[in-house]
Design a protein around this ligand. Structure first.
Ligand SMILES: Cc1cc2nc3c(=O)[nH]c(=O)nc-3n(C[C@H](O)[C@H](O)[C@H](O)COP(=O)(O)OP(=O)(O)OC[C@H]3O[C@@H](n4cnc5c(N)ncnc54)[C@H](O)[C@@H]3O)c2cc1C
Length: 378
């Protein structure tokens, strides 16, 4: 296998292109927009930049945020100094940096929309709006709205959530996280360079209802949404039962990032998993001892061992985290109260923000790790 086509140039596709081109493969990446402001908070956790230090050690414009305020109905708010800060990029800048790195390693980057992929002998023929291209293997990185029906995750309504928000002129030093009654999701306020990204994600609610919730919150907070730019997109959030049959690889292709449904079902974090899956796909593809079928199986195995089992468990726990009850109160309210009172619990929540501890550990910890003295009625 010599020629690899990468369909999509977001974080997943661009990082796969960098890995494969630097290993000497002939890589051609297609993206219909190239670098663009994809609707996204743009937040990268410690888990991401400790695994890939270039994500923090670079000259690209970014915000380093060291404080977060978490709030839930009936519990007020709690402020935390983050020992592992969150790094926030505009998605144009992040995508641009990753595409430049791929190009620097020898990948050919083409601005074109892939319209169709069809088997051609043992390889592929791709039809794009700029012409025809051939490849021996395809990496599918076309994101959550993957238009290519036969490859990548089949997102059914129960496997996705709406995520939408506004880019609001203004600045603040901290991140805000607001839980809402009866919502399997949350509101965020992320400070970015020159503006705030204020958004909401939620499973099982129509986008119009989420938008109303967000606008009510913004009005209360004095954040103007009327003159701000609106954004919305789909966020994969696989149902617990969907992971086992999730289509991450098939004959002549592997899917990575959102196109493979690889997003944390509790936090909505997808950037790390986009890049990590790109890395694992490249490792599997470059493993010399494997036949093509073995490479595909190897990729599935690497995903499962590395993080997919955690995401799957997260899917089972998401409802409990957002909608569950604990000691006669909602779980989010208890989380805010315990974080305020217990340095130990606060450390657990910090680890959740940084990605040092998988969500599942945190979620299970709600009942197991809360110190006894905090179980008295608040
Ligand atoms: C509102 C919102 C907020 C979010 N906030 C965060 C956050 O703060 N932190 C975090 O970690 N994650 C966040 N996420 C998730 C994160 O945005 C995604 O997980 C991440 O972008 C996935 O990267 P990707 O490369 O797989 O897909 P994408 O970034 O979607 O890239 C896919 C690329 O494929 C291209 N493409 C699609 N179809 C074609 C085609 N047919 N031909 C050519 N090109 C094509 C597109 O132009 C695009 O550039 C958020 C998501 C949403 C919706």
């Amino acid at each position: 296998m010599k020629r690899v086509a990468i369909l999509g140039g977001g974080p997943a596709g661009a990082f796969a292109a960098e890995q494969l081109a630097s290993a000497g493969l002939k890589v051609q990446l297609f993206d219909e927009k190239l670098a663009w402001e994809k609707p996204c908070g743009g937040g990268l956790t410690y888990k991401a930049y400790s695994q890939y230090p270039f994500l923090i050690e670079n000259s690209t414009t970014k915000r380093i945020v060291r404080e977060t305020v978490m709030a839930a109905p009936g519990a007020g708010e709690v402020s935390m100094k983050l020992h592992d800060p969150l790094v926030i990029y505009s998605r144009f800048d992040l995508n641009n940096m990753l595409l430049e790195r791929a190009e620097h390693c020898g990948a050919a980057i083409e601005k074109a929309r892939v319209l169709e992929m069809s088997r051609y002998g043992s390889g592929w023929q791709l039809r794009t709006n700029a012409g025809i291209a051939d490849a021996d293997f395809c990496i599918v990185a076309t994101g959550a709205r993957n238009p290519l029906r036969d490859v990548g995750t089949e997102l059914r309504p129960q496997d996705a959530m709406a995520a939408l928000g506004y880019y609001v002129p203004g600045d603040q030093a901290r991140i805000d996280i607001q839980f809402l009654p009866g919502l399997e999701g949350y509101i965020w306020v992320f400070p970015r360079c020159g503006h705030l990204s204020v958004g909401i994600c939620g499973k099982g609610e129509p986008a119009a209802r989420l938008r109303q919730r967000l606008e009510d919150y913004m009005t209360k907070r004095g954040l103007s949404w009327k003159d701000s730019r609106f954004y919305s997109h789909l966020l994969p959030s696989l149902d617990a039962g969907s992971w086992r049959k999730n289509r991450v690889a098939g004959d002549g292709w592997m899917a990575i990032g959102d196109a493979a449904g690889l997003v944390d079902p509790i936090t909505g974090e997808g950037l790390y998993y986009a890049m990590r899956s790109a890395d694992l796909a490249a490792q599997a593809l470059l493993a010399e001892t494997h036949s093509l079928a073995e490479k595909l199986a190897h990729y599935r195995q690497l995903l499962r061992r590395d993080f997919m089992a955690d995401l799957e468990l997260g899917s089972r726990l998401a409802k409990r985290v957002f909608l569950g009850r604990f000691l006669c109160g909602s779980v989010p309210a208890r989380m805010v109260q315990f974080t305020r009172r217990s340095p130990r619990f606060s450390a657990i929540v910090q680890d959740l923000f940084s990605g040092r501890q998988p969500d599942i550990g945190m979620s299970l910890g709600l009942s197991r790790l809360v110190p006894r003295r905090l179980t008295a009625k608040p």
